[in-house]
Design a protein around this ligand. Structure first.
Ligand SMILES: NC(=O)C1=CN([C@@H]2O[C@H](COP(=O)(O)OP(=O)(O)OC[C@H]3O[C@@H](n4cnc5c(N)ncnc54)[C@H](OP(=O)(O)O)[C@@H]3O)[C@@H](O)[C@H]2O)C=CC1
Ligand SMILES: CC(=O)[C@@H](O)[C@H](O)COP(=O)(O)O
Ligand SMILES: [Mn+2]
Length: 380
């Protein structure tokens, strides 16, 4: 029985992680969780899974829940998130919280040598050097949950790093993949949230439409697989059937395929190195799909992807600045305060205004993050 600590239990990845736990009651149980503001859902999860420890965003919510569930320990805020991540009875942390708030709890779990199944891509983008260094130092396993990185991780099983020619990260193209740039000026939030293949949280769905999601994933791949940016390519693949690939020196390409169902990479991260059935999952039938399509990435159409390669190559605090600017800009777009194309304009302004500090520690990263948030908010 693997006891799980789940950060972001009320989100898209969190809910699908609970689906996996529900399908395998003999193998997995939920020992600790964190939620944000969705208290009705949090309440339902507690009633079904009986976790021992729960953290929520606000103190008042924690107090109300404590009165309702006297057998559970409650906490709140950033400290609570951290306590949930390192809860002493858990065997693995699933980090499915949204945004750079996921960084400190991940680092704390790594220091305990606790395996981390990582969905929260902002952690690796902002502090990949600290995360991977700490994981090496403490012998902690970092297992990717993001579908592309899970695909690469699976394709690399039994392979040697020295034989890799390049990683190929596939991209669906997002909600506006069939529109040119001048058709994007007045797109609505509702249109942007209509992803062609995946059902995901709002923020990542917008990131997918701007191609920032792929930018974050390129940086994530750089750290997870210690691969130089020159050896990471992005390929448009509109069906999201091939979740990513690895090309080797001998020209062989190994790909991982499947239906667009995040429960598969989540379950693989939990059962790794084993595999388990997923009874309610739909099997891929290529004969029903017929054709798969591929196209080269256009960096002028998708400017955010260019920003991400540049920020990643610059390194230091630049990826944190890009990420923080993106988080603020996407939130402003979702609230209807800016237009879609202003997301990339704001990110560009933040990147231009910032002078990167090399090899930053956690405090420097957090300072760059909060200064950027202030700067971008002042422009919105
Ligand atoms: N969705 C997907 O298919 C994929 C997501 N990812 C990554 O996984 C992460 C989560 O994505 P997703 O599940 O879509 O996001 P959602 O927005 O659906 O869920 C986010 C979760 O984080 C919680 N949360 C948000 N802000 C805070 C905060 N400040 N403090 C504490 N908890 C907070 C939310 O709580 P509440 O709702 O209760 O307020 C919710 O539980 C992201 O980094 C994303 O890029 C990666 C691959 C695929
Ligand atoms: C499910 C998942 O991993 C997402 O990151 C997904 O890949 C988004 O798809 P695109 O960014 O390719 O549109
Ligand atoms: Mn992904």
């Amino acid at each position: 029985m693997k006891k799980i600590s789940l950060l972001g239990a009320t989100g898209s990845i969190g809910i699908q992680t609970l689906d996996v736990i529900r399908e395998h009651p003999e193998e997995f149980s939920l020992a600790a969780l964190s939620a944000g503001r969705n208290i009705p859902l949090c309440r339902k999860i507690i009633s079904e899974f009986h976790p021992e420890f729960v953290s929520v965003k606000n103190k008042e919510d924690a107090e109300a829940l404590r009165a309702e569930f006297p057998g559970t320990v409650f906490s709140y805020g950033p400290d609570g998130l951290q306590e949930a991540a390192v809860y002493y009875k858990t065997d693995i942390l699933v980090n499915a919280v949204l945004g750079s708030v996921g960084l400190s709890p991940t680092l704390e779990a790594i220091k305990l040598g606790r395996p981390v199944a990582i969905a929260n891509k902002e952690t690796l983008v902002t502090a990949g050097h600290l995360v991977m260094e700490a994981a090496k130092q403490h012998g902690t396993q970092i297992i990717p949950v993001d579908s592309e990185h899970s695909a690469i991780f699976q394709a690399l099983q039994g392979e040697r790093e020295k034989n890799i020619e390049r990683l190929v990260v596939t991209a669906s193209g997002g909600s506006f993949r069939d529109r040119c740039r001048n058709e994007l000026a007045n797109v609505t939030v509702k249109e942007a949230l209509n992803h062609p293949n995946w059902s995901m949280g709002a923020k990542i769905t917008i990131d997918s439409a701007t191609m920032m999601n792929k930018g974050l994933e390129v940086i994530e791949a750089h750290w997870l697989f210690s691969m130089p940016y020159e050896k990471i390519s992005v390929l448009l693949h509109k069906e999201s059937i091939i979740h990513s690939m690895v090309e080797f020196h001998d020209s062989s390409i190994i790909a991982q395929l499947g239906t667009p169902d995040m429960r598969v990479p989540i379950q693989y991260a939990l059962s790794y190195p084993d595999r388990m059935p997923l009874p309610s999952g739909k099997r891929l039938r290529l004969e029903e799909i017929g054709k798969l399509h591929f196209a080269e990435m256009d960096f002028d159409r998708f400017r955010c992807l260019r920003f991400a390669y540049e920020a990643g190559k610059t390194g230091g605090t630049m990826p944190s600045v890009m990420n923080a600017a993106n988080e603020v800009a996407v939130a402003a777009f979702l609230e209807g305060r800016i237009k879609f194309l202003e997301i990339e304009d704001l990110i560009e302004k933040a990147l231009i205004a910032h002078k990167s500090s090399a090899n930053p520690d956690l405090e420097t990263i957090q300072a760059a993050d909060s200064e950027t948030r202030k700067f971008v908010k002042s422009l919105v």
